[in-house]
Design a protein around this ligand. Sequence first.
Ligand code: ADP
Length: 432
Amino acid sequence: AQQTDVTRWPIHVEVRLNAKASARFDTIRSLVHTFVMSHDRIGIPSVPEGWQDLPELASSVEIINICEAPCPKQSLSTEEVILHVHVYQPADGDSFEEFSNDSGGRDDGDTMTASVCELPNKSWDGLWNSLIYADDIKLKMLDYIHATLLLSDASVDFNLVSWNRVVLLYGPPGTGKTSFCRALAQKLSIRLSHRYSHARLLEINSHSLFSKWFSESGKLVQRLFNSINELIEEEDAFVVVLIDEVESLTAARAGAMAGTEPSDGLRVVNALLTQLDKLKHRKNVLIMSTSNLVKAIDSAFIDRADIIQFIDLPTREAIYEILRSCLCEIISKGIVVPAIIPTLKQAQMFEVLAKAGQDYASKPDDPHEEQIYLALRIMKLASQCRSQNMSGRALRRLPVLALSRYLGLGTQRPRDAVQHNVLVQGAADIVI
Ligand code: ADP
């Protein structure tokens, strides 16, 4: 009864509508709120079921996601939560506009330097959940953005407390940096939909921007920032600018210093940095950049980044989760025989028991023992992948290689579902 003593956690619920949905967002929001609060406990995170029985939700909603939160429990009672329900209808994946370096009339095939897409976008749905990191990098980034919004809203004096709205992610290739930027942009567009009626992601490929004719790059930078300024002119539009491979910016400047590049290069880089500086006074823009080589990045750029986050190769635990998500997906599509793949927590528990002397390998025919055996097998594979320094990208490709190798053996009929342990063994053979 003493409800005032209860700690209440802000919990975000994201509701994706289908393309045909015509119900008002407000109506859906309050129906979902009532639906979620009708449960005794709420899983954090979870994908609740049962809303399909309510006709108004069934006709409009595609999925309800109760998002992860930094709370210490796996489930909360309704008294312990403050629900924030966000309703969104993603734009079609192909609503892209492209900017290209066509002003000089040259045609070299790959001059695409920037693209814009509407957010939230179908292409980036599910990306956030698919990215697995050992520590709470994802929530940390969300918190940072919330902090800047809070300060902007309070109209804090920029001379006293200031930030540049620039985030830099760096680390080895294939660790999901670009994907994370897109996923974060998508997440923000959903979470901020109550204050910004629309959102856009503008991606700049610095490599193609700086690798060719600097005199044209100069014009291109100008055009790019004209477009960005047009986009953020609308105060109810939120704009995320993603600058990929930001180290090429530096290469251009260093080259100019050493006299090997025309001084145009230097002017272009300076123009870009000046334009970035101008953006820091705008509330509705966020600049995210990625780099594989932090040592090679222009110090002037590093100086402007508020958050410099290292993204490392996945740990053994993250690898287990990534491999598990790959396996679950191909099982759900009927390519591999059905099986329940234990969660990371379960697998870790089985490992402790196995170390304490349990011999699971002896009876893999018992369905329960089979699950344990499989978990231990994937854990071992995860260790092997870790010692080979495999990136997230390489891990997501592993099932394809294992499957193709298996099919290449030609011992089974093409339509037979694959045995999971055979696939895992195939993957292990590739990794070693
Ligand atoms: P980067 O920009 O660091 O080179 P990308 O964003 O291009 O990496 O990542 C390529 C793909 O690799 C992603 O789409 C994703 O499928 C996979 N991937 C990379 N890192 C992870 C991770 N930590 N968790 C899950 N998937 C990952």
